[in-house]
Design a binder for this molecule. Structure first.
Ligand code: MSP
Length: 521
């Protein structure tokens, strides 16, 4: 069985979960469910990033220890996973002994090869991001943080450094040989552009605070939170354990899914560290864009975060699957940001889930109920044209073509397009009902064989679409499958194939999504 490893960023515990965290994790969840249902052995990792000066400061402000703060907020992130029905296989915390001891081991190895060395450094430091910025970039940005806009400060430290500069050529060659390493492509071009400015060595330790993993050879220094955090992807599999890791077969990741603001670390620093450790590199770093809120960047000062209580109100009003649907089909998967607008959420729900998916599943099952007592009168005929439009494909070709497109899109992390391919079957079923009007034909009993033949194809189409939507609509797809012949152990290829429904199958009424009056206040 093919193994597939997918990761989210590990989230800072000094923040509360919001739409951004929910989004990245949901993307990974949908991919993980889809790949499992395609027969792959998936390992889906998420977790929390718990060290660093920000956590130390927030804890001080609240008069608690950094560990107490981390415990509290990490538990909140885990609770969120429960709320969103996320199917992660592990949840790593950077304060766990398994992580700490392996980070020290990795750093020991880097010291031994000379990839990490002790040295002195002076440069432009972005306090809000806890990272140094190159001279060129600092100048370009008017000596203001490109992320937060706050002034950069001149900083000097005696520290341990990672010899990033030594990896420029290898990174160039690797990027040239792996055009899909960073996606979307526009983001890869940004990275390559920055790489041409040249690479500076990266300080990987700090001495101005203590809340971190001590440097193994020099405990006065703590390992910089970013370096500590990146290693989570390897420590969760146990790669630096003496036995090489019980889960090492999953390495390397098929996808490290992240937001665009942390791309540099993942696309440049992380691969160079892996090169230095002689570990295989991930297949793809997928950097999505940002959710904004009513046209504005979400920020603490504006107080316009789509935060957990807000999300929970949406889930209460529309259901979890509607929330997931909006994340997947409307989210910032490409290179542009996506705006969260309540009215749009509502309209999308009504148009796609109520009027399209639910209405089609409901009217098809209702007609089978009315004209055939809920029993499919004949097997669906795949050779039948799916539309009266001349040259239209057969039902089998239409459904299996959409299935193959959906599967290819899922695999390629084009999750919005996977959803659309699945929904295209529902649109075809609707169009067929509108064209052939079985409800009119049925008025004359001699037409019943034709009505049965139409509805059998429609039912098979609805079933295939619901099967393909299982990774996104985690409960509402099963509801439809249960009405249309029953649920089975997940197998997307088989479940969405033509001919899974036989004559005599019971089809029960279903109405998976109900109308909602207005978005929550
Ligand atoms: N701890 C680091 C990541 C270390 S990974 C080795 C970190 N944590 S974070 O809590 O700030 O989470 C950042 C991630 O949250 C982003 O990369 C993205 O996945 C998600 N989002 C945060 N805000 C977001 C939006 N407004 N929109 C979409 N996702 C964003 O950075």
């Amino acid at each position: 069985m093919a193994r597939a490893y997918i990761t989210t960023p590990i989230y800072y515990v000094n923040d509360r979960p919001h739409i951004g965290h929910a989004y990245t994790t949901t993307l990974c969840d949908v991919w993980a469910r889809a790949m499992r249902a395609c027969g792959e052995d998936v390992f889906f990792l998420t977790g929390t990033d718990e060290h660093g000066v920000k956590v130390e400061k927030s804890a001080q402000e609240r008069g608690i220890s950094p560990k107490e703060l981390a415990d509290e907020n990490s538990a909140e992130f885990r609770r969120v996973l429960g709320t969103f029905g996320l199917s992660n296989d592990d949840f790593i915390r950077t304060t766990e002994p398994r992580h700490e001891r392996q980070v020290q081991e990795f750093v020991r190895r880097l010291l031994a090869t000379g990839a990490v060395y002790a040295g002195e450094f002076e440069g432009w430091y972005d306090e809000s991001q806890e990272e140094y910025v190159t001279e060129t970039r600092a100048k370009e940005c008017n000596y203001l943080s490109p992320i937060s806009g706050k002034p950069l400060v001149r900083a000097k430290e005696r520290n341990y450094y990672f010899r990033l500069s030594a990896f420029q050529e290898r990174l160039d060659a690797f990027f040239a040989a792996n055009p899909g390493f960073v996606r979307p492509e526009a983001r890869f071009n940004e990275v390559k552009g920055r790489l041409r400015d040249g690479l500076q060595d990266v300080p990987i330790t700090r001495t101005n605070f203590t809340w971190g993993i001590p440097m193994p050879n020099d405990p006065e220094h703590v390992i910089y939170v970013w370096i500590d955090a990146l290693f989570n992807y390897a420590t969760a599999l146990g790669l630096a354990e003496p036995d090489g890791g019980a889960r090492r077969e999953w390495w390397p990741a098929r996808y490290h899914v992240i937001g665009k603001e942390i791309l540099w670390f993942h696309a440049v620093v992380w691969p160079a560290m892996l090169m230095a450790l002689e570990l295989p590199l991930p297949a793809c770093v997928y950097a999505h864009s940002f959710w904004i809120s009513n046209g504005q960047k979400m920020s603490k000062s504006l107080g316009n975060f789509i935060d957990l209580p807000t999300i929970e109100r949406y889930v209460a009003a529309y259901g979890l699957d509607a929330w997931r649907w909006a994340m997947i089909t409307q989210g910032p998967l490409g290179a542009t940001d996506a705006d969260f607008v309540p009215k749009q959420f509502h309209e999308l729900y009504t148009a796609q889930l109520v009027n399209t998916y639910a209405n089609c599943a409901s009217r098809t099952s209702a007609m089978i109920g009315k004209y055939f007592d809920g029993t499919l009168p004949c097997a669906p005929d795949g050779d039948r044209p799916a539309s009266i439009v001349p040259g239209s494909p057969s039902w089998k070709a239409l459904v299996e073509g959409a299935r193959d497109r959906a599967l290819a899109h899922y695999r390629a992390f084009e999750l919005d397009q996977a959803a659309d391919a699945a929904l295209s079957i529902i649109r075809a079923v609707d169009a067929s009902i509108n064209e052939t009007q079985p409800f009119k034909l049925a008025k004359d009993p001699t037409n019943l064989p034709e009505v049965g033949a139409i509805l059998a194809c429609c039912a098979q189409g609805v079933r295939a679409a619901a099967a393909l939507l299982q990774p996104i609509l985690v409960t509402k797809a099963d509801e439809v499958l249960a009405s249309y012949g029953g649920t089975t152990p997940r197998d997307l290829v088989r479940d969405a194939a033509w001919g899974t429904l036989a004559a005599g199958t019971t089809i029960t009424k279903c109405a998976p999504f109900m109308r909602v009056d207005a978005p929550p206040a």
